[in-house]
Design a protein around this ligand. Structure first.
Ligand SMILES: [Zn+2]
Ligand SMILES: [Zn+2]
Length: 332
């Protein structure tokens, strides 16, 4: 089969992805092989290709928003039938035994494996998944619609909950890419007032089309104080900007796996009055199941730009340059 791998991490314009030919992987115990139909492009893939996230091992295949059909079952794999359509997400495996797993916070597992970082992901004709961590995908959801839900959607949903906005409250969204445009739809459907603050012209237009309450520049003040905010942009300089936009007692949740340097915070201006700053780390399988059900019920629609699997490097370069709004999806 053919697969993309991260050779030596480097700026995306210099071609850090290599195309390789390798045997299709054989599923081990409790694993299934997924024949990839499409794979969403997440900013984490870009961080991996460019070396913001240090590679866990050489030659990893990125991609953790994988939609495909079960092509083969490993020994003892019973959850899915061959031919069934499933989704492969970022959370590839947890140990199930550490104190965080035992208390229901498997997103904080001390020995996790992530798809497309530790484990080979979906920028390939096929990949493996531990069947316990795959999702059954609702009928009636097209492959390219389902893919962005699997990381962008699920993590955004967790981030929205972490921002702790009360019913009818005011949410700020900083940065408006794949994850944010799905999260905004959930927030609007839940009756929140949504203010989007982002620099990209295409992103602003998409936010407006989705019916958010206001759209401003990344460092503009929103038209009203915020009960909670989510920082989706990987831009540390926006942390104090977003904190200052919070009302008393508000929470800023940082959704990204990687953020550039955060400037020094001023305690009085940025944090006092019980404003909170927290990160969002991966997700639990329960978050995923909950979000997928909710997305179908609310009719959450991903705005997608489709690329051929052969064009994965171009999709990542376009993501880096903000050349599309919404989410990119690679088609096998
Ligand atoms: Zn654990
Ligand atoms: Zn992701």
């Amino acid at each position: 089969m053919r697969a993309w791998v991260v050779g030596t991490p480097a700026p995306i314009g210099t071609g850090p992805l290599d195309r390789v030919e390798r045997p299709a992987p054989e599923p081990g115990p409790a694993q299934v092989r997924i024949d990839v139909r499409c794979c969403g492009v997440c900013r984490t893939d870009l961080h991996l290709a460019e070396g913001d996230l240090p590679p866990r091992r050489p030659g990893t295949t990125p991609g953790h928003e994988v939609v495909g059909r079960v092509g083969a079952l490993g020994p003892g794999a019973t959850r899915f039938a061959v031919g069934e359509r499933v989704g492969v997400p970022w959370l590839g495996r947890t140990d199930g035994t550490c104190r965080f797993c035992r208390r229901g916070d498997e997103n904080l597992c001390t020995a996790p494996l992530f798809t497309g970082w530790d484990l080979d992901g979906g920028y390939a004709d096929a990949c493996l998944v531990d069947e316990r961590f795959a999702y059954r995908l609702p009928e009636g959801l097209a492959d390219e619609q389902a893919a962005p839900l699997l990381c962008a959607g699920i993590i955004g949903y967790r981030a929205l909950r972490c921002a702790d906005v009360p019913p009818g409250g005011r949410l700020g969204i900083y940065g408006f890419g794949g994850s944010a445009h799905l999260t905004a739809q959930v927030a609007l459907a839940q009756g929140l007032r949504v203010h989007v603050l982002t620099r990209g012209e295409r992103a602003r237009r998409l936010a407006g089309d989705l019916g958010v309450d206001s759209v401003g520049g990344a460092t503009d003040a929103p038209p009203e104080p915020l009960d909670g905010a989510v920082l989706f942009a990987p831009a540390g300089e926006l942390v104090p900007v977003a904190l200052r936009a919070l009302d008393r007692g508000g929470t800023l949740a940082v959704a990204g796996i990687w953020v550039s340097a955060i400037p020094a915070l001023d305690y009085t201006a940025d944090l006092f009055q019980e404003r909170r700053l927290r990160s969002v780390t991966a997700n639990t399988r329960r978050d995923g199941e909950e979000f997928l059900r909710l997305a179908v019920r609310l009719g959450v629609r991903a705005t997608t730009t489709v690329y051929a699997m052969d064009d994965a490097p171009r999709a990542l370069a376009d993501l880096a340059a903000g050349r599309f709004a919404g989410a990119a999806v690679l088609h096998a």
